[in-house]
Design a protein around this ligand. Structure first.
Ligand SMILES: Cc1cc2nc3c(=O)[nH]c(=O)nc-3n(C[C@H](O)[C@H](O)[C@H](O)COP(=O)(O)O)c2cc1C
Length: 366
């Protein structure tokens, strides 16, 4: 199978591959810029941008954390991330990933569009009113992340009725993916909810809505053979996250990359999260402490996501997601939370983004 270029809204990708947004601080300027330069869609994570460039854009801190939502999702830092990525990829398509569950979603959406995003990818909740925020940005492609045909049906119905608009593409994320899942813990293990079984019904639903909505399959995809398998099932392309962590350009600190290189399959688990969904990550000493409710203090300085209810859920599950993910982004192995997809243990060394894209397009021996 030859991979062909693909249109998403008003933009064209050379290869049908999206690099999934990874927050905090895993897909920022260097990774997303390099991926877009190589012909796939690089995606900047809009989460916790206050931590960019050693927090140099943060004007208000408490306990060493960006204080409150505005500082955590920092507008100036977001602009700088886009500027730095554009130095690498020029005017090639470049996206942003914004979780629907964050506080300040409309403002962060606007920040990313003004900073120059060509596409916005949104999961962690059903983005029922996403087009409302895009009205001033007609060139920005809208890409919801969904985990079932029903979710796509609900989103498309609302968008058509209210905004006369359909998604420009969708990402279908199955339960082997890294970070937060769109499923319950039990569903993640249930064969009926595995990506292989979701692609056909979701593609059918997408085609019923509009013949031109490409579906990108995500979660556990590693090789060109995997990509071909999902494209043969009807997907137009894929979104991949974890494998991009194993690149020199990935913005994650070396300690994050080394942790994945050193981890075993059995170290990767579904964990509880204050966001309200199970999340896949590496079982480190932190998780042992959190299980015993002996983790670092929970202070809710950054007020990051709506479902956490200003730290109530964080206290219930034993950790603050903003603090723990940003500690991972700063390379703190003791207190960081390290998200990974179920295949994270397969990273054994770092390669360049360009070599990775070549392997995905032409095969592992390239
Ligand atoms: C470290 C890490 C952080 C992630 N953060 C986000 C995020 O902020 N928003 C999001 O929509 N998906 C996030 N994801 C999911 C990825 O974008 C991607 O869809 C998923 O990891 C695909 O599965 P794979 O890792 O097996 O390729 C994250 C994944 C990882 C590994």
């Amino acid at each position: 199978m030859e991979f062909k270029e693909i249109k998403i809204g008003r933009h064209t990708l050379k290869y049908p591959i999206i690099q999934g947004g990874m927050g905090v601080g895993i897909s920022w300027s260097r990774l997303a810029g390099a991926v877009s330069l190589a012909g796939a869609l690089g995606v900047i994570s809009a989460i916790g941008t206050g931590y960019y460039d050693n927090r140099s854009f943060v004007s208000k801190q408490q306990f060493g954390r960006p204080s409150d939502t505005e500082q955590f999702y920092n507008r100036e830092a977001t602009f700088q991330i886009f500027k730095d990525a554009r130095k690498i990829c020029g005017d090639r398509p470049l996206g942003a990933n914004i979780l629907f569950a964050i506080n300040d979603y409309p403002r962060v959406f606007r920040d990313c569009c003004e900073a120059g995003a060509d596409a916005i990818i949104t999961g962690a909740g059903l983005p029922m009113n996403m087009p409302e925020y895009a009205q001033d940005f007609p060139n920005v492609a809208l890409i919801p992340i969904i985990s079932s045909p029903k979710a796509l049906r609900l989103i498309a119905k609302r968008w058509e009725q209210r905004y006369k608009r359909v998604p420009d593409a969708v990402v279908l994320e199955g339960p082997l993916s890294g970070g937060h899942q769109g499923f319950t813990y039990e569903q993640c293990l249930d064969p009926n909810y595995q990506l292989e079984n979701l692609v056909k019904p979701v593609v059918q639903e997408a085609q019923r809505i509009d013949k031109n909505i490409p579906v990108f399959a995500a979660g556990g995809i590693w090789t060109r053979d995997d990509i071909v398998k999902f494209m043969e099932l009807g997907a137009s392309g894929v979104q991949m996250g974890t494998r991009f962590i194993g690149t020199y350009e990935c913005d994650a600190p070396q300690a994050f990359k080394d942790l994945l290189i050193g981890c075993k399959e059995s170290d990767i688990e579904l964990l509880q999260s204050p966001v309200g969904y199970p999340a896949r990550g590496v079982r480190t000493k932190l998780i042992e402490l959190v299980d015993k409710r002996l983790g670092p203090p929970i202070r809710c300085v950054s007020n990051c996501v709506v479902p956490c209810r200003r730290g109530i859920e964080a206290k219930a599950v034993g950790y603050c997601i903003a603090d723990r993910l940003s500690d991972a982004a700063e390379g703190n192995v003791e207190t960081g939370l390290f998200f990974t997809g179920s295949n994270g243990y397969r990273i054994d060394r770092l390669i360049s983004v360009n070599d990775l894209i070549k392997k995905l397009v032409y095969g592992e021996n390239c």
